[in-house]
Design a protein around this ligand. Structure first.
Ligand code: NAI
Length: 341
């Protein structure tokens, strides 16, 4: 039976990397029924609709799974980030960002294998901001809740246990943000007692950034609040070859939206040079979520083989291939591994 999936190509390089990803997914032989043609973000606003039109979450409530390209968010003005709205509306509380070294990409570290678990619905992204015009004072509330903290920390420990991972590091700023970050840390310490098989420790965010660029191999699973997770996951992307290669997923109890860590990259949009690896790897996470394990393994292997031989890579990782040449190459490899060619 075909998997019914909502497809949101997004802005900037989104349509290019989404087309490449759909091509690779379809080469696996797994059947998809795409719910597409829904507009979101700037294009929806230009069509005089809400930035997140109601039919988009409605579609995901129906399919339960979405594959999404990046959405441009106006800086300092305009509509609230559609990503934040979507994550809050569908309660996609766990942002999971695995970061592993690919063969053939030259980086300062030989072996990086980290997964960041970013709380996705609250913290400084709660959207509670206020500007006092008269006093010229701007406030932003970092709301941390016990329920929100417990579920992301537990999600991280469960993932660690199910995937044979040995260590969870909780990242915070409880020395300064004693109440908000302090509560997150206290909850982490008490949940850790339920998982004696997994080593638990914590790091202050600034120290963690330094540790990650010096000794990334020491770390395994990282769990943290929204803003710290946003920053750390771009940092860890830089350790393995940049934003073009790092996958992500937004997961809740009922729905899941798979998207790369990167944004809409307006500087290279429309040039057919963007690297679709990040979204393809997000699609691998989606295949596993859909229990299509063989197809996921085939795509993973095709990506690893493509990077190992290095003959058809995009410019961001030192190659000369276009987005569509890379997609053709990976799709051919997938078809031959999956026996669908
Ligand atoms: P960005 O991730 O779009 O780009 C940062 C740099 O990485 C750029 O030089 C870009 O060319 C490069 N890059 C990103 N993805 C690449 C890929 N697949 N292949 C090759 N190079 C790639 O971040 P930026 O410029 O800060 O944000 C641009 C827009 O994207 C903003 O409107 C931002 O709000 C939005 N954004 C959306 C996200 C989402 O929808 N999940 C996530 C992050 C940002």
């Amino acid at each position: 039976m075909a998997h019914h999936v909502t497809l949101l190509p997004g802005d900037g390089i989104g349509p290019e990397v989404t087309a490449a990803t759909v091509q690779v997914l379809e080469a696996t032989g797994v059947e998809f029924k795409w719910d597409k043609h829904r507009i979101i973000g700037t294009r929806a606003v230009e069509a005089e609709r809400a930035s997140l039109p109601a039919d988009v979450p409605a579609s995901i409530r129906n399919t339960r799974v979405a594959l999404k390209g990046p959405i441009t968010t106006p800086v300092g003005k305009g509509f609230t980030s559609v990503n934040v709205q979507l994550r809050q509306e569908l309660d996609l509380y766990a942002n999971v960002r695995p970061c592993t070294t690919l063969p053939g990409i030259e980086t300062p570290f030989a072996e990086v294998d980290l997964v960041t678990f970013r709380e996705n619905t609250e913290g400084l992204y709660s959207g509670i901001e206020n500007f006092d015009e008269r006093l010229q004072i701007a406030d932003s509330i970092a709301r941390i809740t016990r329920r929100g903290s417990e579920r992301i920390i537990r999600f991280c420990f469960e993932y660690a246990r199910q995937n044979g991972r040995k260590r969870v590091t909780l990242v915070h700023k409880a020395n300064i943000l004693k109440i908000t970050s302090g509560m997150f840390l206290d909850i982490g310490r008490s949940i850790a007692e339920e998982y004696p098989d997994i080593t638990f420790d914590d790091r202050i965010i600034d120290n963690m950034c330094m540790q990650l660029v010096m000794n990334p191999g020491e770390y395994d699973c990282i769990v943290t609040t929204n803003l710290f997770g946003d920053i750390i996951s771009d940092l860890t992307a830089g350790l393995v070859g940049g934003l073009g290669v790092v996958a992500g997923a937004n997961i809740g109890d009922d729905y899941a939206v798979f998207e790369a860590v990167h944004g809409s990259a307006p500087d290279i949009a429309g040039l057919n040079v963007a690297n679709p690896t990040a979204l393809i790897r997000s699609a691998v996470m989606m295949l596993r979520h859909l229990d299509e394990v063989d197809a996921a393994t085939a795509v993973d292997q095709a990506i690893a083989d493509t990077y190992r031989d290095g003959a058809c890579l995009t410019a961001d990782v030192g190659g000369g291939a276009s987005t569509s040449e890379f997609a053709d190459h990976v799709a051919d490899r997938v078809a031959s591994i999956a026996g669908t060619s």
